[in-house]
Ligand binder design. Structure first.
Ligand SMILES: Cc1ncc(COP(=O)(O)O)c(C=O)c1O
Length: 456
């Protein structure tokens, strides 16, 4: 990439795009230069803005507090801070990352029901006092290290099916245990201000949010009778994040449940979406560096492709996040489609990305594209065996950047702006079936988002 209009010192870089482009065409432009050997991400800032716009359109009553654990890429966090989201932090380091950017402590919820004492002290010293709990031990710890904290009780409310269920680890039983804990908190003179739940990450059921909101309503009533001033409802995460995901259906369930259960109350409603904001903004490019033909005993042929990112890198999401990924060759192959497998670069046989898939014949030096790779990938990746974690190349459409760059903390004093890579401009490929086409938020919608930010 060619250094562009601004010369600023920071590791964060944004490439400003003119004309027609898509993440895949950007990948093509980068690899066509011929020097790229390591895997990399193209991160589309516009996708994050569009997600935020949709959230505000579909759930105006629910304030998103982005779950930093999902992807702590500073540019993503800064963009969300500029848009006006709050943040869900689970540890001292996540709180530090967000406050270092300059986010006010009131915009942070320490949403880990089992916190280390030193982390509670640190959060409290920085003014982050809204925190969750789901046990008696945690109440005692908070009483000792943050007696004035604004507490949110986390109850268990599981979706019938989820990519990563969480209820087995966090959330107290809502009908017997939660009332007991609320009474204990009242006796201990601790301020319980609200109720939270998390239905499971990648939830595959919408109705579960209505169940959670109804359970919360019951606890708000109990809180009233105990003299607690309950005023915060946190409906957690669980929202889908891939390109085909549609927030509309789940938002209808949530809005209806809020209207019926909390219509007359002065209740602030927040959520902790992670993958919703992160997944679709990141497209991964990985290079095939080796291949091997094998033949089964029955004579079936199979090609093993080796690429420069694997389960110790971005594809840790296959193991930890139970994700399913699809490989798309960057260039169409003229050879017929045949059965193959895709492997990561390390010496470990566990490092298999797709044990059985179909691709047209590929050559060493060819590139594969994996979409929707922004959630629960980068923060977990490690350079095991000496293979680097992919770098992120952020891109933004010029008109959008013209608005974004004036929004704190996305100022050009902290972000390097680069011009688009030179060389032949590739055509923007058509998206695969089912994928959302590359978008440019309409000027009106950009306006709506940022007018609102300015009011925060
Ligand atoms: C407490 C909490 N909030 C929010 C999230 C984000 O969930 P998701 O990415 O499904 O939106 C998680 C994920 O594990 C979580 O544990």
């Amino acid at each position: 990439m060619i250094p562009g209009e601004m010369r600023v010192i920071d590791e964060e870089r944004v490439c400003v795009m003119d004309g027609e482009w898509s993440p895949v065409s950007v990948i093509r432009e980068i690899v066509e230069v011929g020097t790229q050997e390591d895997p990399f991400y193209v991160m589309d800032l516009g996708e994050v803005v569009e997600r935020y716009r949709q959230w505000k359109e579909y759930m105006p009553r629910v304030e998103p507090f982005y779950a930093v654990k999902c992807n702590d890429d500073k540019l993503l966090v800064r963009t969300l801070a500029a848009l006006g989201t709050g943040f869900d932090c689970a540890s001292k380091a996540e709180i530090q990352l967000v406050t270092d950017i300059g986010v006010k402590p009131e915009r942070i919820i320490f949403a880990n029901p089992a916190k280390m004492a030193s982390h509670i002290r640190h959060a409290t010293a920085l003014g982050v006092t809204t925190m969750t709990f789901d046990s008696e031990t945690e109440l005692h710890k908070i009483k000792q290290y943050s007696p004035d904290a604004q507490l949110v009780i986390r109850i268990r409310c599981d979706a019938m099916s989820a990519q990563c269920p969480l209820g087995i680890k966090f959330g107290c039983e809502p009908l017997v245990e939660a009332p007991r804990l609320l009474k204990l908190a009242a006796v201990m003179s601790l301020a319980v201000v609200g109720v939270s739940f998390h239905v499971g990450s990648g939830a595959r059921e919408c109705a579960v949010y209505a169940r959670g909101i109804q359970l919360a309503r019951g606890l708000f009533s109990l809180g009233d009778s105990l003299g607690l001033h309950m005023r915060l409802l946190d409906i957690g995460g669980g929202f889908a994040g891939d390109s085909a995901a549609d927030l509309r259906q789940v938002s209808q369930v949530i809005n209806a449940a809020l209207d019926s259960q909390f219509s007359e109350r002065d209740v602030r409603v927040i959520a902790e979406p992670g993958r919703y904001f992160a997944a679709a903004a990141y497209t991964l490019a990985a290079m095939i560096h080796a291949s091997r033909e094998i033949q089964s005993e029955s004579g079936d042929k199979h090609t093993m492709y080796f690429i420069n990112d694997g389960v110790y890198g971005s594809f840790n999401c296959l193991l930890y996040d139970h994700q399913q990924v699809t490989a798309e060759p960057l260039e169409e192959s003229s050879e017929p489609v045949s059965e193959c497998s895709i492997w990561g670069p390390t010496c470990d046989a566990l490092d298999c990305i797709l044990p059985r898939t179909q691709l047209g014949g590929q050559r060493a030096g060819g590139w594969l594209v994996f979409r929707d790779m922004g959630a629960y990938t980068l923060p977990v990746a490690a350079p095991f065996n000496g293979f680097p974690v992919p770098r992120v190349r952020a891109v933004v459409e010029r008109r959008l950047w013209a608005v974004l760059k004036d929004l704190w903390p996305l100022s050009e004093t902290s972000i390097t702006v680069e011009a688009r890579p030179s060389g032949p401009q590739s055509r923007a490929p058509s998206p695969p079936p089912g994928a959302t086409p590359p978008h440019t938020p309409a000027p009106d919608s950009i306006h709506a988002v940022f007018v609102e930010c300015a009011l925060k």
